[in-house]
Design a protein around this ligand. Structure first.
Ligand code: ZN
Length: 650
């Protein structure tokens, strides 16, 4: 038997009565080429062209392999060569393509097979171009598959067929080249991957499962979006939104502000909190900007997966959404992340807008009062409009920032951290309106509030220092101007104090400890007050510091007991001679005579200035032990809530 003797009539058994066609006793059907074209189109749109290509190549392989098995057993062949050539003849007889073999070279010993030829009238080119237009690469996928499958079966080793030319990519004809695996280049061997899938069904099965999963996630993400949108429209705040994200994603959720500070958290598991905290201590890795949901930092800490996504609104960074979970986030869940990011962005943007707006209004209102633009009645009305109770007692707090350019940054930090109070900028001060009823209730007392502000800014902005002044308490809003003047003066005084003694940390001052200083500063100005203080008590304070002396407490006790040496001696557990010696030393250092009423008054006043300075400074050198002295609460006593503790640690 020779290849060219193959005839369709001899191959096919057409049973007209039963309407069946058989080839080697196996049933076949006639399928229209157009139907194959539609199948090709649908496969490509469902699986993507790359996967459809693999599918079609494996389909061709199966046909070719099957034909090879049949034809081998059906006839007795003159030579092996005829068997190889029977493939192209069969391919042609089946109406798929007209094959014209050119060159065939087979050498089993060297594992070599080389077979070239021309394909004319490829049905596949016509259908491909009809549905997809011209291609950049050869398109006769089932033909390649068929020839590869047929030749591999006969040769007994893998054979790869490629097209060196294809009409589907604009060539005048299709030219095929078949090579055994041993003769393939590394690049050509890569092509075998298309034949490697376990079965034709696998690709569809995988695609189906992927689609099913995607569908589930889509339903879930729609639900999340609906729930979150409802919350936004109901005017619910971010803390509830964060909670819902946690429930739906089954992960711990942390919302961070613009500077990476923790704003809100909802922990799915308590251990996540520790992972988050230790992650925050590490250096942040470079974000992956290729991520489908914007810049994305991915980390693993002690087996816990942490994903941080940037919350953006109109290219402005509002903060980050950090998800903490026990396993990596599946690719499908990015849809959920995207919804969550969108809703957080909208809500954060909206809340910031509201906050800025209302703080600005309160700032304008205070401005109006200071300038005397409102009557009493108007003040009360406007206060109520701004949700301030005009019956409450208020104080003004002033914050001076150094360097001044950082004032806006400090304002933002203070606003975010101390949301119970109203802060805004006015000139070179940040002003705060402090409602005294709020301050008297836990968790704030005035001193702690001032201290928290100073410490908070020191931790956040290392190169910035702030000084805080608190004005007098006023029971009527119309008097708020007095408190404002106090606050500004104290803040400036404290700041200047930091300059004149560089070792002192800037800190804060409260009106009650500053009355004398304020009075003097208002009447004579700040440098004069300092000169006066230095001239009266300067040498005495230096002496005490150098000799661990007790002169200052002695002076204080002496003045309290109006010069009664015996009572001073008994209170200080010192002999009367000792007291007399100390008083002599004090008079010598101050250049004063304490028996004179005028001199006692002068030293009394200098002492008051001294106490104001000790309050303002954190320098222990100036620490007096007088009854008027207010000790600064230690760091440990600052009561931070749990969230703040996490916040402060990073
Ligand atoms: Zn082709």
């Amino acid at each position: 038997m020779k290849a060219r003797e193959l005839l369709l009539e001899r191959l096919m058994d057409i049973d007209r009565r039963n309407g069946t066609i058989r080839f080697n006793d196996k049933r076949m059907t006639l399928i229209s080429v157009e139907a194959l074209g539609i199948l090709r189109r649908d496969l490509a749109s469902t699986l993507g062209m790359e996967r459809a290509k693999g599918f079609l190549m494996r389909y061709g392989w199966a046909c070719g392999q099957h034909d090879a098995q049949s034809i081998q057993t059906m006839f007795s062949w003159d030579s092996e060569r005829e068997l190889y050539l029977a493939g192209p003849t069969l391919h042609t007889l089946e109406g798929t393509v007209t094959v014209e073999p050119w060159e065939l070279h087979v050498d089993k010993d060297s594992h070599t097979l080389y077979f070239t030829g021309e394909w004319r009238n490829s049905y596949e080119v016509d259908e491909h171009v009809r549905h997809f237009g011209m291609s950049d690469e050869p398109v006769c996928y089932t033909l390649l598959g068929y020839a590869s499958g047929y030749l591999s079966e006969i040769f007994g080793e893998p054979v790869l067929v490629t097209e060196s030319k294809c009409r589907g990519k604009g060539d005048s004809q299709c030219v095929y080249v078949a090579k055994s695996l041993a003769n393939c280049s590394e690049q050509e061997r890569q092509m075998f991957r298309y034949f490697e899938a376990e079965s034709l069904a696998t690709e569809l099965d995988l695609a189906y499962r992927r689609l099913h999963h995607l569908n589930q996630t889509l339903i879930q993400s729609l639900n999340l979006h609906r729930r979150l949108s409802e919350l936004v429209f109901e005017g619910k705040n971010l803390s509830i939104i964060v909670q819902v994200i946690q429930e739906v994603m089954q992960r711990s959720v942390v919302l961070e502000g613009r500077r990476g500070q923790l704003l809100l958290s909802s922990w799915h598991e308590t251990s996540h909190r520790f992972s988050y905290t230790s992650w925050k201590r590490q250096d942040n890795p470079v974000p992956n900007r290729e991520s489908p949901v914007g810049p994305h930092v991915q980390c693993e800490v002690d087996g816990v997966c942490i994903d941080a996504f940037v919350i953006l609104a109109n290219r402005t960074r509002l903060g980050r959404l950090v998800l903490v979970g026990d396993s990596p986030i599946a690719e499908e869940a990015y849809v959920l992340v995207e919804r969550a990011l969108n809703v957080c962005a909208v809500q954060m943007f909206y809340e910031q807008l509201l906050l800025k707006d209302s703080e600005q209004k309160i700032g304008d209102f205070l401005d109006g009062i200071l300038q005397g633009s409102y009557s009493e009645q108007e003040i009360a009305y406007r206060a109520r409009m701004l949700d301030l109770n005009p019956e409450d007692a208020y104080r003004v707090m002033a914050v001076r920032v150094e360097p001044e350019e950082q004032q806006d940054d400090v304002l933002e930090l203070i606003r975010n951290r101390f949301q119970d109070f109203h802060f805004f900028s006015k000139g070179c001060h940040i002003l705060g309106l402090i409602c005294c009823t709020k301050v008297q209730n836990p968790p704030w007392d005035l001193e702690k509030l001032c201290q928290s502000i100073v410490l908070h800014i020191r931790r956040r902005l290392k190169a910035v220092s702030v000084s805080v002044g608190c004005g007098r308490m006023v029971s009527s809003m119309s008097d708020i101007g007095n408190s404002y003047e106090d606050a500004k003066l104290i803040a400036d005084w404290v700041l200047a104090q930091g300059h004149s003694t560089p070792t002192c940390g800037h800190a804060f001052g409260i009106f009650e400890g500053f009355q004398t200083v304020l009075m003097l500063v208002k009447s004579v100005g700040h440098p004069d007050v300092m000169r006066f203080y230095e001239s009266v008590l300067g040498r005495l304070v230096q002496y005490d510091a150098a000799h661990r002396g007790e002169l200052l407490p002695t002076l204080r006790t002496y003045l309290e007991h109006t010069g009664n040496i015996r009572r001073v001696a008994s209170e200080l557990y010192v002999s009367e001679t000792g007291v007399r010696y100390r008083v002599g030393k004090i008079q010598e250092l101050c250049g004063l005579d304490l028996n004179r009423g005028h001199d006692r008054f002068v030293v009394q006043m200098a002492l008051q200035i001294h106490d104001s300075l000790s309050l303002a400074a954190l320098d222990p050198r100036i620490g007096g032990q007088g009854t008027h002295h207010m000790t600064l609460p230690s760091l440990a006593s600052a009561q931070l809530t749990e969230e703040e503790a996490v916040d402060e640690r990073d």
